[in-house]
Design a protein around this ligand. Sequence first.
Ligand code: NAP
Length: 272
Amino acid sequence: MKGSRHAEPPGRIHMTNEHPHARGGKFLEGQTALVTGASRGIGRAVARRLAAAGACTYLNYLKNEASAEETLSMITGAEGSGMLLRFDVADFGAAQEAVQQIIRERGTLDILVNNAGITLDGIFVRMGPDDWNTVIDTNLKGALNCTRAALRCMMKQRRGRIVNISSIVAETGNPGQAVYAATKAGLLGLTKSLAREFASRNILINAVAPGFIETDMTAAIPEAPRADVKKMIPLERLGTPDDVAGAVAFLVSKDADYITGQVIHVNGGLYM
Ligand code: NAP
């Protein structure tokens, strides 16, 4: 039977392709996570996934309290544990205070997912500093602010996981998204530099780069260009927030103990 595809008796063959994490194993039991921008979209799906895996998950948001409450109800309704934590990631002091609050309440911060982000698309020459400062402040400085706060705690613990949500456009570029793409490419430089800087402290830092994911951010894109993008995706569908959450959950799991400074693309094959 050596080399045979039937080396095991049929009764012992693992019949499912489902990953154990998808079955709700509590592989993050006892850990504390902070997900920025967790009121909607990808952040909500990530927060739900981490909470389902047993992490006490802090849900950051900026304005949309009702939606953040809804994420929290979804988590508690599934017997997960979570807390709302409203602050503007672009505000350095607020980010430090928020992380301090987590440490006071939980004594630890094990996982940070820098997900909060905004787009402000337009022809570059029609944009001015006020426009691009908003995008840079949220997408890039927001990650710097939260990472700096989290690292202080993770360094003491000599343990931590950080996942930065970048974008496919960081690598491909996109007309009309120069500033947004610059912030997302900046996150990749940040990820790789910090991964090298903090590897010796057992702090693993990776990025996930989603393609076209159906959320509020992409809802305004008209049907025709949506259909055009769909045609270019080898897997022939747009992505869901859960598709991204799966990659994040993997990166914060024990299965990713030897992975740092990497970018996982979740894009249905749109960019390889
Ligand atoms: P979304 O549905 O628009 O949600 C954005 C989230 O970020 C909301 O929870 C929002 O909070 C929060 N937020 C915005 N500014 C904030 C700030 N200054 N401080 C704290 N929270 C803030 O976006 P999404 O599509 O889920 O995108 C999530 C991340 O994935 C973003 O970084 C985005 O760039 C990236 N991404 C998305 C796609 C896609 O196709 N959707 C593709 C590639 C990358 P409120 O609800 O309170 O406003």
